[in-house]
Design a binder for this molecule. Structure first.
Ligand SMILES: [Zn+2]
Length: 282
């Protein structure tokens, strides 16, 4: 499942390729699950609109859409009807991908949406497992939790006050922090020297400070590496990320800890795997 660094990488790639581009027409597949807004509303919002920008909010890709209501007399229409703005929100779920392709490229199986662009290319939404979601909104989209790269330390520390859940589960709770998933939670806890099963509320201020710094460091390093390619993640150009080669505990169960050589342990917390070093993490 793509986490914050992968979504950030995808959003940056799309922004480079799509900003300023006009969407000529939209095709939506017949599977209802991926569509969180009525199909007619998605088509009506996107067709003949301009992509003003693409960015990441939490684990969502937000495509800013601008429409001129009357292109024949832009000055007059702008006075009467200011530019209509909307946002196209894409959540990739487990296996969702947004791919830029030439129309003659073979359509992958499980393509649920195609945006035909005036540039001649297409933006395709492909999702075999159909946990991804497409929606259009008129308001400024907000993710439910705090943004881990923007939150200040005091607000970060407050998220865990009085929480009896394991710190690992609290990190995965998207209502608290937005975008941290299994990989980056495990990697951050390792760097901070904190065991995943520790109760969130039991963390000392010094530990919270280490965790805060570790999350920011891990996410920034992962973004710089283009994300982690585990399972089949690739960015919008089909390129893999390479942060998986820098994982210190995630996916390394039984392998020696890179610091102390103790075998990395894998446990299950609330149905999710967690990887840690018994010696380095307390
Ligand atoms: Zn160790």
């Amino acid at each position: 499942m793509p986490e914050l660094p992968e979504v950030e990488t995808i959003a940056r790639g799309l922004a480079r390729n799509l900003t300023g581009v006009v969407i000529e027409s939209v095709w939506l597949g017949s599977k209802p699950e991926p569509l969180k807004s009525p199909p007619a509303e998605i088509v009506g919002t996107l067709e003949r609109a301009r992509i003003a920008g693409v960015r990441r909010v939490g684990k969502h890709i937000v495509v800013d859409i601008s429409r001129d209501s009357n292109r024949r007399s832009p000055v007059a229409s702008r006075r009467k009807n200011p530019k209509q703005e909307a946002q196209w929100i894409v959540h990739l779920g487990m296996t969702g991908r947004l791919l830029i392709a030439q129309p003659e490229h073979e359509l992958p199986k499980h393509t649920h949406a195609i945006l035909r662009l005036r540039s001649g290319r297409e933006l395709r939404f492909v999702d075999p497992r159909r946990f991804g979601r497409l929606a259009v909104v008129r308001h400024n989209f907000q993710a439910p939790g705090s943004e881990p790269l923007d939150v200040d330390f005091e607000s970060f520390a407050k998220l865990f006050h009085g929480r009896k859940t394991p710190i690992k589960s609290a990190l995965l709770n998207q209502g608290l922090l937005s975008g941290v998933g299994n990989i980056y939670a495990d990697e951050s806890l390792f760097r901070a020297g904190i065991r995943p099963r520790r109760r969130a509320a039991s963390l000392t201020r010094a530990e919270l400070q280490r965790l805060y710094a570790a999350i920011q460091q891990v996410l920034k390093e992962a973004i710089a590496a283009g994300g982690s390619s585990v399972s089949d993640y690739v960015d919008s150009n089909g390129d893999a990320g390479f942060f998986q080669f820098q994982h210190r505990v995630y996916g390394r169960a039984g392998d020696p800890c890179l610091v102390c050589r103790t075998p990395v342990k894998r446990i299950v917390i609330a149905g999710r795997s967690a990887h840690y070093c018994r010696k380095c993490q307390r």
